[in-house]
Design a protein around this ligand. Structure first.
Ligand SMILES: [Fe+2]
Ligand SMILES: [Fe+2]
Length: 283
């Protein structure tokens, strides 16, 4: 089965507004200013209303309520607006239960937000990463979107087959997907984002987050790969050994992550748990 065939079957998934996609497309253009962000959002009245409500929610704790997009962008800045738009756009879809993944309701959404915060922190850190925090956050948020496609288009039979492969042959989920479908959630997610004309570096990150690329230079997929591992670790144990099993040693060496760095990253990510919970409640 081809990734594109699966993407073409998705009917209800692209409940994604053009406005949100326009905003994501602005990410790779350094010359974007406040006016561009306001212009992208303000003609979408539904999104504007939701955004203003989110801006004035207790989460952001603004002293003065904001009444317009112009004010909101001025007070909060591009990256916070982008985070809110992405959360409002994808939260509803991603927090639905995914029967094929045996995921609890909201589990994928929590995982995606955790990877987004981890990726953003990596981009802000001293490590050798040249991607902007907003690009890293967006790629983290969207990295597993292919799982949504699967949950919508795969028959119960196919999903059972994938689960059987995992338990019978001890396969990783991504390998089981490939065996049963001939494609996997990273490829399908990347094709979906390509259709949405999301910037190429984000598509690369989604496509390769399970086989990170670091030649000839460190690609965004390597950052998302590490962020994904960190997100899994904060949900389980916090040790170096667990981390070393999950992360590609090549990526780790190139980024220069040692035990001490890992500890700092994990503690910071745990500290974001309250923030992540608040983001989840925005939608
Ligand atoms: Fe994944
Ligand atoms: Fe993931």
């Amino acid at each position: 089965m081809k990734a594109n065939e699966l993407v073409n079957q998705v009917k209800s998934l692209p409940m994604v507004s053009q406005t949100a996609l326009n905003l994501v497309a602005m990410l790779d253009k350094p010359e974007v200013d406040n006016d561009d962000v306001v212009a992208a959002v303000k003609y979408d009245s539904v999104l504007t209303a939701k955004l203003l409500r989110a801006c004035n929610s207790s989460y952001l704790g603004l002293k003065q309520p904001v009444a317009s997009m112009e004010q909101a962008v001025l007070v909060l800045g591009h990256s916070q607006i982008l985070r809110l738009v992405l959360s409002l756009t994808f939260g509803g879809t991603m927090s639905a239960p995914l029967p094929g993944y045996a995921a609890e309701a909201q589990e994928l959404w929590r995982h995606s937000l955790t990877v987004a915060f981890a990726a953003e922190a990596l981009a802000r850190s001293e490590l050798r990463i040249s991607y902007s925090p907003s690009v890293a956050f967006t790629a983290g948020l969207l990295h597993d979107i292919g799982k949504l496609v699967f949950s919508q288009v795969l028959t119960e039979e196919r999903q059972t087959e994938i689960r059987a492969q995992i338990s019978r042959n001890q396969l990783a989920r991504i390998e089981a997907e490939r065996q049963v479908l001939g494609t996997d959630h990273s490829e399908v997610g990347a094709r979906l984002l390509e259709n949405w004309r999301v910037p190429e570096e984000i598509v690369e990150a989604v496509a390769n987050h399970h086989q990170p690329v670091c030649e000839p230079e460190i690609k965004l997929s390597a950052v998302i790969h590490v962020a994904d591992c960190l997100a899994h670790l904060v949900g389980s144990t916090l040790g170096w050994d667990d981390y070393a099993i999950r992360v590609s040693t090549r990526v780790n060496d190139l980024l220069g992550i040692d035990r001490k760095t890992l500890e700092t990253l994990l503690i910071a990510l745990q500290g974001q748990a309250v923030n992540i919970e608040r983001f989840m409640n925005l939608t």
